[in-house]
Write a protein that binds this ligand. Structure first.
Ligand SMILES: [Zn+2]
Ligand SMILES: [Zn+2]
Length: 341
């Protein structure tokens, strides 16, 4: 089978690898789609701090079941599936408290261990989730980023009747805004400075999409929400200066939520947050229940994912993908790799 391996930053090799053997608790998946994530781009550039080369990438996958291990039940050959790409230890303190997504020994497929950029991928049945028949493989590849969003919104608590501002209309910001809307928020405002991203957000049905270029965040929030301002501000942009604006714009008894990967330390005006009793939340990843909710919302088209996909490449053209993304930052949203078509 074809497998793409990153050997070091900016270098990949195309291998003819054997189809993986499966254990009795495992499932062999014939891969169909793999999404390219911002973290994959960091790895390609050698900027990801917590991984080592070589690595087979791919943690946003969809495919169909080719073979089942002897002890696997509840699945059939031909089922469409996605994979929750986390390996956790089960015995550290966060794992014992049910927060396996921040396991102290967490490994992510495609980052710390072999990912899905191959014709076939073997996964323990416990990491595999079935996709409804109504869901296409493109949508299946968007389940993982949508699970980041359902995980983030779960951590925000009850959003019923709340005003939510989402900063950054990339894939994650878009999905976070959609899930917030699906979770009963009174009003959701999504901001960015790239017109194409805001157009895609409108195509997904997000009502209030605001271009904040040249404007202060506080002013936009007052303009959009009135004197009640934002109950929750969710940073999906990861821009240092914007985060400082978000701190300044956080109202009394509000929540400030960090989903974006900030690449450098950010100075925090702590007294502002403390006096206003602002809850600061960090979001890393999802639990299985977040994956299940993402599948449900996408299959009902409450969360719309197809407009997020701007480009498809086949696996053989993987070499071109990162250069294309680097050269077209304002044009590219989600790139999906097609496998085996
Ligand atoms: Zn990702
Ligand atoms: Zn653990």
């Amino acid at each position: 089978m074809l497998q793409v391996k990153l050997t070091k930053p900016f270098e990949m090799s195309f291998l003819e690898a054997p189809v993986p053997e499966i254990g009795e608790d495992e499932i062999l998946i014939r891969m169909k789609r793999v999404g390219v994530c911002a973290s994959d781009i960091q790895v390609y550039h050698g900027k990801h701090r917590y991984m080592t080369f070589p690595v087979v990438q791919g943690h946003e996958g969809a495919g169909e079941i080719e073979r089942l291990g002897g002890k696997v039940s509840g699945f059939r050959k031909g089922d469409r599936v996605t994979v929750q790409p986390q390996v956790f230890c089960g015995h550290c303190a966060p794992c014992r408290n049910g927060q396996v997504n921040v396991c102290q020994n967490l490994k992510v497929y495609g980052v710390h261990t072999t990912g899905m950029l191959s014709d076939y991928f073997a996964a323990p049945a416990a990491k595999v989730l079935r996709l409804p028949d109504t869901m296409g493989f493109d949508e299946g590849a968007l389940v993982e980023p949508a699970a980041v969003a359902t995980g983030a919104i779960r951590r925000c608590g009850d959003l019923a009747g709340r005003n939510v501002a989402v900063l950054g209309a990339g894939t994650i910001g878009n999905l976070v805004a959609q899930v917030a809307g699906a979770s009963g928020a009174r009003k959701v405002v999504l901001t960015d400075i790239v017109p194409k991203r805001l157009d895609i957000a409108r195509a997904c049905g997000i009502g209030a999409c605001v271009n904040t270029r040249g404007r202060r965040l506080k002013e936009v929030i007052l303009d959009q929400f009135g004197d009640d301002e934002a109950d929750v501000i969710i940073d999906c942009a990861g821009v240092k200066a914007l985060f400082s604006e978000a701190v300044a714009a956080a109202r009394c008894a509000s929540k400030l939520v960090v989903v974006a990967n900030h690449k450098e330390p950010v100075e925090l005006e702590l007294p502002l947050l403390q006096r206003r009793e602002v809850d600061l939340l960090g979001i890393m990843m999802y639990l299985r229940e977040d994956f299940q909710r993402a599948i449900e919302l996408i299959s009902r088209r409450v969360v719309v994912t197809v407009p997020l996909i701007t480009d498809h490449f086949c696996l053989r053209r993987m070499e071109e993908v990162y250069r294309y993304i680097d050269d077209n930052p304002e044009k590219v949203m989600k790139v999906v790799i097609d496998i085996g078509d």
